[in-house]
Design a binder for this molecule. Structure first.
Ligand code: PXG
Length: 289
């Protein structure tokens, strides 16, 4: 495996960063997970746009211009000869001292790993998955806006620990007011009388790139799409539910807190969107060749 690290391509064994890196000491940094389908990098510009937006919010200057970072991602995927895969792009505050102050970190660290990912077993995509509401609330936008895809994922890790105590595959996270925000590392959707509904990002959800793509594909397919504040009750009585994410793609949800969604089978709108997404993802993106 060849990994991009601060301008060089190195082996996994050589790809190490300092114990004084503030990405490690404080979770001070941002990242993206990007998919490769059919030798094309999916939604690369959108991922870079989100990364540079997060960098701006935390006053971190990415040490590469966007075109150079884009070229480095393409080159990392090409060197690893990935036809289908997953890219992890990370920018940390870099090496500093043992104090928190980012002003003491002169040079951000950038690395790119091109590998593969599979977060749910295959049968989930055919039979649907079971999820549970976790007691850990999503970070509030006033404290740490979940729109920043930061290296601080302990909120999500705590939620995952709860899921691990159940027989569910994913968790549903509410905000402090009790409204549904998103799943732990995926956005949440339901279908209500033919309308495709997802919570607005202002409730405390990441503005997912898969979420945006699915909303666009749903509009194109003639469905009504709405961002709507939803409660758990809306979820329990929904006609269909599914989640979206770079790693997960679209996965049907058929059981929430032991309530079957509709008849407990993946619904027709979900299945239709899965097919549309699959076709779209395999024919769009930045070619690596
Ligand atoms: N919400 C959160 C909190 C995420 O981290 C998504 C939604 C989906 O967004 P995209 O842009 O990917 O459609 C994410 C991103 C993993 C893993 O290991 C998944 C994500 C990030 C990092 C790791 O499953 N999903």
């Amino acid at each position: 495996m060849e990994i991009y690290l601060d301008g060089r391509y190195v082996s996994e064994g050589e790809a190490s960063i300092s114990v004084f890196d503030h990405g490690l000491l404080y979770g001070d940094g941002i990242f993206e997970g990007i998919r490769v389908y059919n030798r094309r990098i999916f939604k690369l510009d959108e991922h870079l746009n989100r990364l540079y937006g997060g960098a701006k919010a935390i006053m971190l200057e990415v040490p590469l211009r966007v075109d150079d970072l884009k070229a480095a991602i393409v080159e990392t995927v090409r060197r690893n000869d990935l036809t289908d895969g997953y890219v992890r792009l990370v920018v940390t505050r870099g090496k500093g001292d043992l104090g928190l102050n980012p002003l003491k970190c002169p040079k951000p660290t950038v690395f790119i790993i091109a590998s593969t990912i599979s977060i749910y077993p295959d049968d989930v995509y055919h039979q649907g998955m079971k999820i549970v509401t976790v007691s850990t609330r999503r970070n509030s936008i006033e404290a740490l806006n979940p729109r920043i895809k930061s290296l601080n994922y302990l909120n999500n890790v705590l939620a995952t620990l709860e899921v691990n105590c159940s027989d569910a595959q994913e968790g549903l996270m509410l905000n402090a007011d009790g409204y549904v925000t998103e799943c732990i590392v995926d956005n949440f959707f339901l279908v209500d009388q033919g309308v495709v509904v997802t919570p607005p990002t202002s409730t405390g959800a990441l503005k997912g790139i898969t979420r945006d793509t699915v909303m666009e594909l749903a509009v194109e397919a003639g469905y009504k799409v709405e961002e709507r504040v939803i409660t758990l009750h809306d979820v329990y009585v929904a006609d269909e539910a599914f989640l979206t994410g770079t790693a997960a793609e679209i996965a049907p949800i058929t059981n929430v807190d032991e309530r079957l969604i509709s008849d407990g089978q993946p619904g027709p709108v979900t299945t239709d969107l899965m097919k549309r997404f699959h076709d779209y993802a395999r024919s769009n993106g930045t070619p690596i060749d």
